[in-house]
Design a protein around this ligand. Structure first.
Ligand code: FES
Length: 98
């Protein structure tokens, strides 16, 4: 099963392929900003993919539109929409530093 690592929090979670990063974070009690409850509208759930960008399913139309609107960097994805297919490591600015 794919594994999602949250750095620098030192938490990780094995999840079923096709699960979102947000769902993995919620199961791991990792805080992720959100104001649209995962509807792909707010962009607050933006995370940086430190490793395994290719292990996420490609963004769908909704996420692509959000990424463009909110000017995501190439290594950033919306946690509520990005689905995992392999091991991935993510971070945000508000999780602190090692
Ligand atoms: S929670 Fe709003 S876009 Fe992801």
């Amino acid at each position: 099963m794919p594994r999602v690592r949250f750095v620098p929090l030192g938490k990780e979670r094995e999840i079923k392929a096709g699960t979102t990063i947000l769902s993995a974070a919620n199961k791991s009690e990792v805080p992720i900003g959100q104001s649209c409850s995962g509807d792909g509208m707010c962009g607050w759930c933006r995370v940086s993919v430190v490793d395994g960008l290719g292990e996420l399913l490609p963004p769908g139309d909704l996420e692509q539109r959000l990424m463009k609107e909110k000017e995501f960097l190439p290594n950033e994805r919306a946690a509520c929409l990005a689905k995992v297919k392999g091991d991935v490591t993510v971070t945000t600015t508000y999780w602190g530093h090692e």
